[in-house]
Ligand binder design. Structure first.
Ligand code: SF4
Length: 358
């Protein structure tokens, strides 16, 4: 059975080259071609002699996620429905559908990727939760989403790439594969992104946060907060019963932030649920003494039984935090016209009313 190379570290590629009797520098050549040049076909790895490329092609394969459909938004972002797992002979890597989003902005692009197909965490405002956990993604399937999105848009890439691990799944519940993928993304000889440009978002898996804090190479960390007290958070995010706010916030206080690094707390504003001035004041108290910024994400009305916050409540919430010295930004989710919430594409069973490019 050919060996899958996408997602392999330089050390693993050395083992692969060694198993064919090749020198370690061949591993570095594959690593560069795969991650820095995004070559998914051995025949295009022109930094390697032809005869060797043919040997590699017999012994290995490279299986990036396959774009099944593209959903371009009027705001310039593109949502991709991706198929994974077909080429793999690994019985655990059953076929699944995941989503990634490419969001261009002046001077940079942000790519949102998935770490699991579906999710077991069951946040009540999230459509992915309705899928349940289908399976964990491999490191190759995680890093592959970034490579495919960059390749799809190669004609008009900006100099800076940001990656957010905020698509389907809870990254810290697929820890090893996620960290292996992040190492490739942050490796200057791999994809070469800066740690401050890669953000892992968690629902608050405390053991995972503690483990991440001990990693030498790690991304920035965002916590999906979404509530100002335990009662509210238990109702929205049942994971809070396992890791309640005092435990979660304590883990954040102990987290070894690097110089100039800060946490991001994400707070989806649900009209009439968690958007009152007293919520804002409780959030200020909760995150006091943590070097953090807050992103407020006004809810998009959709299939779930929540309503959007009013412009006045958004403004008031932000003002209360800013007045207390908490840097607070309002972020509207991109691509609202092409299904904004993670999980929406994979949940669709009927043909989309939106234009697909494929
Ligand atoms: S918000 Fe994230 S962690 Fe929560 S159910 Fe959705 S995908 Fe899972």
């Amino acid at each position: 059975m050919p060996v899958e190379l996408l997602g392999k570290s330089i050390e693993e590629l050395r083992e692969f080259a060694g198993s064919l009797g090749e020198k370690p520098f061949r591993a570095a050549q594959i690593h560069h071609a795969l991650y820095a040049e995004r070559r998914f076909d051995f025949s295009s790895m022109t930094n390697i002699p032809l005869a060797l490329r043919e040997r590699f092609a017999q012994a290995a394969r490279i299986s990036p996620p396959r774009v099944t459909r593209r959903f371009p938004s009027v705001d310039g972002s593109i949502r991709y429905l991706l198929s994974i797992g077909q080429a793999s002979g690994d019985k655990d890597a059953k076929p699944a559908q995941i989503e990634a989003v490419f969001m261009p902005r002046e001077g940079r692009q942000t790519i949102c990727i998935s770490t699991q197909a579906g999710c077991a965490v069951d946040c009540h405002f999230c459509l992915t939760a309705q899928l349940g956990l289908i399976r964990n993604l491999t490191a190759g399937e995680i890093v592959g989403q970034v490579l495919v999105a960059l390749e799809e848009n190669r004609e008009h890439l900006a100099a800076q790439t940001n990656v957010v691990l905020m698509g389907q799944g809870e990254p810290l519940l697929n820890y090893d594969a996620t960290i292996a993928a992040v190492r490739i993304l942050l490796d200057p000889k791999g994809v070469g992104l800066a740690p401050r440009h890669v953000t892992l978002s968690t629902s608050g898996i405390v053991p995972g946060i503690e483990k991440l804090g001990k990693e030498k190479v790690r991304p920035s960390l965002a916590i999906s907060l979404n509530a100002s007290n335990d009662e509210q958070r238990n109702a929205l995010m049942p994971i809070n019963r396992k890791y309640p706010l005092d435990v979660l916030i304590d883990a954040c206080r102990r987290y070894p932030l690097r110089p100039r690094e800060y946490f991001t707390f994400e707070y989806v504003l649900l009209g009439g649920v968690n958007d009152l001035p007293e919520d804002a004041r409780r959030v200020v108290r909760l995150i006091a003494h943590i070097r953090a910024k807050v992103n407020l994400i006004p809810w998009n009305p959709g299939n779930l039984p929540y309503r959007a916050p009013t412009p006045e409540s958004i403004e008031e919430f932000q003002r209360i935090l800013v007045d207390k010295g908490v840097p607070t930004f309002v972020r509207y989710s991109r691509g609202q016209d092409v299904f904004a919430a993670c999980g929406q594409l994979a949940l669709m069973e009927t043909p989309s009313p939106f234009v697909s490019l494929q």
